[in-house]
Ligand binder design. Structure first.
Ligand code: COS
Length: 395
């Protein structure tokens, strides 16, 4: 049974030669250009502008966006394959890539006007500018409908005031998809989306978020002080913001699942190699059941994550034709893959012993980077809530 024109499912998932080529191209770039510099950028917290620029030139910053809007014109499976490879080398590069592709480009392509696509999307999808997405506020995270920032219409502008937090890429972004309240009485139905130009007056960078992991991705608060957003930069209609935010997060969650898979694989491969060579008590440590069983569980969870991610990617691809939602598939992939990343990174540190705790190896970085995948773009608790609601038919 053919599931999609671009992929087939056999006993193992057989990718088309085109998809294999995309994976190989991303892998070679990631291992040659990103893996050697990952520790430095993790240590310093600098933004890796040069490698991100090269990723843009390779088409990795707008993979699914049609070429006429500056993207690479590829499918969702291509996106998850490429992202997984980038994250295997460095999850922080993957965060920047994922936000650009899923949280910015996908939303503007799906909900933007032709003029917005020409202006905002083309620049970001081609990698010439960085895009960001801003939903969270200091007092509104999982309960995203309760935001306090306000956008008030005055003639042909919206005057925006308020503080948003945890905005990935905010310090380097040229454009941000912002969600703000236009009609507080209508609660989540009073939220509206805007395309923010960070060069305009009234946009102020707030404190940098001091993070445990993915340290090379720039994350900060942003503050709006009487920012005047032209009405033509409203994304969608007034009051449609919450649905836009949620639909875009469905896409984003597939990206985070792919990021988690990349981290899990990196942790697993390092562990496998170490278990084959390190000796204790007169034998390779992989021969001890305590290590072998860990490797078996890691491998099994990784392959199960991969299948959930590919299923979600195919569902998203189908949605481009049918308009159907892929919320369930995206949440299941993110939930399982992120918990797999944490499981594998935790096991990898343990298998490596003292070396796993040392900055001389990347294993401790995988451990720090893995944790965020269980938190951002919806915590594991939120994923379980959404999956349960979908299954129960509550929403
Ligand atoms: N796609 C389209 N529409 C969606 C949707 C989706 N994935 N999820 C919800 N909606 C719609 C619902 O259909 C409902 O529509 P109506 O207004 O017509 O009834 C509306 O949005 C509100 O949905 P719901 O009642 O489920 O909202 P809740 O306030 O209960 O919250 C959760 C829903 C918890 C799922 C949502 O707030 C969420 O995902 N929170 C996590 C936010 C997050 O991931 N933050 C991280 C930001 S990025 S770092």
């Amino acid at each position: 049974m053919a599931l999609a024109p671009t992929a087939t499912l056999g006993p193992s998932l057989d990718l088309s030669p085109e998809h294999e080529m995309i994976r190989q191209t991303a892998r070679e770039f990631a291992q040659k250009e990103i893996a050697p510099i990952a520790a430095h950028f993790d240590e310093t917290g600098e933004f890796p502008a040069e490698t991100i620029r090269k990723m843009g030139a390779l088409g990795l910053m707008g993979i699914e966006i049609p070429e006429e809007y500056g993207g690479a014109g590829l499918d969702t499976l291509s996106y998850v394959l490429a992202l997984e490879e980038i994250c295997k080398a460095d999850a922080a590069h993957g965060t920047i890539m994922s936000v650009n592709n899923s949280l910015f480009c996908y939303g503007v392509y799906r909900f933007g006007s032709e003029a917005q696509k020409q202006k905002h999307l083309r620049a970001v999808a081609s990698g010439k500018a960085i895009g960001a997405y801003s939903l969270t506020e200091p007092m509104s995270g999982s309960d995203a409908g309760t935001m306090r920032s306000r956008a008030v219409r005055e003639g042909d502008v919206y005057v925006i005031n308020g503080r948003k937090s945890w905005v990935t890429s905010a310090p380097v972004a040229e454009y941000i998809v912002l969600f703000s309240m236009t009609d507080p009485d209508r609660q989540h139905r009073g939220i509206t989306a805007f395309l923010i130009d960070t060069k305009l007056p009234g946009f102020v960078l707030g404190k940098k978020e001091p993070k445990l992991g993915i340290r090379a991705s720039a994350t900060s608060e942003i503050v709006f002080e009487d920012y005047r957003c032209p009405a033509e930069c409203r994304l969608g209609e007034e009051g449609e913001g919450f649905k836009i935010a949620m639909s875009v997060l469905d896409a984003g969650r597939i990206g985070i699942a792919s990021q988690a898979l990349g981290i899990a694989e990196a942790a697993y491969e390092a562990s496998l190699a170490y278990a084959r060579e390190r000796e204790a008590f007169g034998q390779k440590i992989g021969q001890f059941q305590g290590i072998g069983f860990k490797l078996a569980d890691m491998k099994t969870r990784i392959e199960a994550s991969r299948l959930l991610i590919y299923q979600a990617a195919l569902a998203k691809q189908r949605s481009k034709e049918t308009g159907s939602r892929f919320t369930l598939e995206a949440c299941m992939a993110k939930l399982f893959a992120s918990e797999t990343a944490m499981f594998c990174a935790h096991a990898a540190v343990q298998i490596h012993g003292g070396l796993g705790y040392s900055k001389e190896l990347p294993v401790e970085r995988y451990f720090r980077d893995a944790k965020i995948t269980e938190i951002y773009e919806g915590t594991s608790e939120i994923q379980r809530m959404v999956i349960a609601r979908q299954e129960l038919g509550i929403k």
